[in-house]
Design a protein around this ligand. Structure first.
Ligand code: ZN
Length: 181
């Protein structure tokens, strides 16, 4: 079993920008701890970040403009900046697998298990978990490293991830106590 950590959309626009979310701010220190633990243990860290193109991206039929490629809103928050050796991919859809090369990278890294972290639980996390499930990856979701816009949506999404895709719902502390391969 080889594991990687995927970090989705911990971007300025999703924390303090256009989709300002105080619940998102609260998970940043825990994600930081988990990423540092992963780096110390040789576990690849893969960021997959919204980098939208204006006018063409289908999400803008539903949402206000956000995380436009090359802008402050599309940058990873200062506290969680990628470090040397991390991978950074860009996406234009909810799922981290859509048009990003993530699946190819995971195969090159010989990964079979994903720890999914980031924002938001009932949209980009859920769509990423769906694609990971269909492609045959095992999925772990630390509930203190993902967030939605409110507690109700967070709980509903975690339940769905568990029931629909067999995601193991756990916590960062539990992952850091697990023996890593
Ligand atoms: Zn988006």
């Amino acid at each position: 079993m080889k594991t990687t950590i995927v970090v989705i959309d911990i971007l300025n626009d999703f924390v303090t920008g256009v989709f300002r979310n105080e619940r998102a701010e609260k998970i940043i220190p825990t994600i930081k701890q988990l990423l540092n633990f992963a780096r110390d243990n040789g576990v690849p860290v893969i960021y997959v970040n919204d980098a939208h193109l204006p006018n063409v991206d289908v999400e803008f039929d539903v949402w206000p403009p956000h995380a436009l490629a090359g802008t402050w809103g599309a940058q990873v928050v200062d506290e969680l900046k990628p470090e040397k050796g991390d991978f950074v991919l860009e996406k234009r859809k909810y799922s981290a697998f859509q048009g990003t090369g993530l699946d190819q990278l995971l195969r090159e890294l010989e990964v079979d298990t994903l720890i999914i972290t980031g924002l938001v639980t009932d949209i980009c996390i859920q769509h990423t978990a769906a694609d990971a499930f269909f492609k045959g990856y095992k999925i772990v979701v630390p509930e203190d490293c993902v967030e939605a816009i409110n507690a109700r949506r967070q709980k509903a999404a975690l339940d769905y991830l568990k029931k629909a895709y067999g995601c193991k719902i756990t916590r960062a502390g539990e992952i850091m106590r697990t023996k890593w391969s």
